[in-house]
Design a protein around this ligand. Structure first.
Ligand SMILES: Nc1ncnc2c1ncn2[C@@H]1O[C@H](COP(=O)(O)OP(=O)(O)OP(=O)(O)O)[C@@H](O)[C@H]1O
Ligand SMILES: [Mg+2]
Length: 377
């Protein structure tokens, strides 16, 4: 679009094209490159002479890259929408792989499609940093779960057994008639016993929160029901668990991560929602599992980015999202003031902690990115 009376001379367009910091290139219908700017040379490592006339397929690093290019071409030519920008991988002249975030459009002249134009930014380093960060987060979450399990076991096997022994000894002393205890001392012992029982109960509760044995012994649904019961009994919130579809077996790691998401969401309901009802739904579909936790409370205004909350020490929602992403899934939060909150985690049916990482998966998501079929956080 130009302001009337202000036409940019062609040489200026050419200057912009040549010196843009993003790579820009054009290829004809056969895929042969017709134009490529300086940034394209930096991006690929090839000089202009090597780029012009070369076929675009030469730069695509794998079958998946070909599939993506093919799908983009097919969709643009048939007038369908594609999600832009999308990601693509190329092989540079030195053999290394570059990850590009790019946008593609048709080059139309005199009503006829003559080729394709692309604008691309090199995001290789950014993606590597993200991958490293995700790897780090995954390891931190794993270490945290190991640590929780260890502390829960020690609390249970060590401290709780000692407390139980202490209670039994108090009982034995108190009921031993040969000791001829005064009434005052008996009362004192009874008081000590009560305190020990209370300590034992809180210790069991802490150990359960750290690593609920019910999750290991009876699985996710039983553990969710146990948490719902706790909300009803101890916090006066009418909580319910609903299972939709045929229950499928999930690995213990997946169950643990889903359990943690629900646990954090229910903690939030207890602490912030001022709700009278909570509903946990687990839906088993063929290709995905959906966990949704909703309440009828006061809701809240979502920040633009969940990360903004994490920056001020509110880690619950960010932790839920990380856990969903660790399983190759996504997390959505819907909240409106006075209308309640729903947190929905959606994970692929075959999810497991180690499968969230292989590069293969990234490509699958690229293909679905293009077709716009994948929900994102
Ligand atoms: N179900 C809910 N109802 C109302 N407000 C909520 C709900 N869930 C979250 N919030 C709001 O979102 C904020 C962020 O939640 P988040 O779980 O990330 O942090 P937090 O609960 O404040 O702290 P943390 O979980 O780190 O102990 C909360 O402080 C609260 O204001
Ligand atoms: Mg929280």
């Amino acid at each position: 679009m130009t302001k009337r009376g202000f036409e940019l001379p062609e040489k200026d367009y050419r200057y912009l094209f040549e010196n843009a910091s993003d790579a820009i290139w054009v290829h004809d219908m056969e895929g042969n490159i017709v134009y490529a700017n300086k940034a394209s040379q930096r991006l690929t490592g090839y000089n202009k002479g090597e780029l012009i006339g070369a076929n675009i397929l030469k730069f695509l690093s794998s079958d998946q890259s070909h599939d993506i290019a093919h799908e983009v071409r097919r969709r643009l030519l048939s007038g369908q929408e594609i999600k832009q920008p999308y990601e693509q991988r190329i092989t540079r002249k030195d053999g290394t792989t570059g990850i590009l975030r790019m946008a593609t459009s048709l080059l139309v002249s005199d009503g006829e499609v003559k080729g394709f134009q692309h604008i691309a930014r090199d995001v290789t380093e950014e993606r590597q940093l993200q991958d490293n960060m995700r790897f780090y987060v995954r390891e931190v979450i794993r270490a945290q779960e190991d640590e929780r399990r260890r502390i829960a076991r020690e609390l249970h096997d060590d401290v709780s057994s000692s407390l139980l022994l202490l209670i039994q000894r108090i009982d034995a002393v108190n009921s031993n008639s040969r000791l001829k205890l005064s009434d005052g001392l008996k009362e004192e012992l009874e008081g000590l016993r009560c305190q020990s029982v209370e300590a034992l109960e809180s210790l069991r509760r802490i150990a359960q929160d750290l690593r609920p044995r019910i999750l290991d012994d009876l699985g996710l649904i039983a553990a969710l029901e146990w948490m719902a019961d706790d909300l009803i009994k101890n916090h006066g919130i009418e909580a319910q668990v609903e299972v939709l579809g045929t229950e499928q077996s999930l690995s213990s790691e997946v169950q643990m991560l889903l359990f943690r998401i629900a646990q954090e969401a229910l903690n939030n309901i207890r602490r912030h929602a001022d709700a009278s009802m909570a509903l946990v739904t687990v839906e088993f579909a063929d290709d995905k599992t959906i966990l949704a936790i909703s309440d009828n409370g006061q809701g809240f205004r979502l920040p633009e980015r969940i990360g903004d909350m994490a920056a001020v020490g509110k880690l619950g929602l960010a932790g839920m999202r990380e856990r969903a992403q660790l399983l190759g899934g996504s997390l959505k939060i819907h909240s409106e003031p006075d209308k309640g909150t729903t947190v929905t985690a959606q994970i692929p049916a075959q999810a497991n902690l180690s499968c969230a990482w292989p590069k293969q998966n990234e490509f699958e998501s690229l293909v679905s990115d293009i077709t716009g079929s994948q929900a994102k956080t």
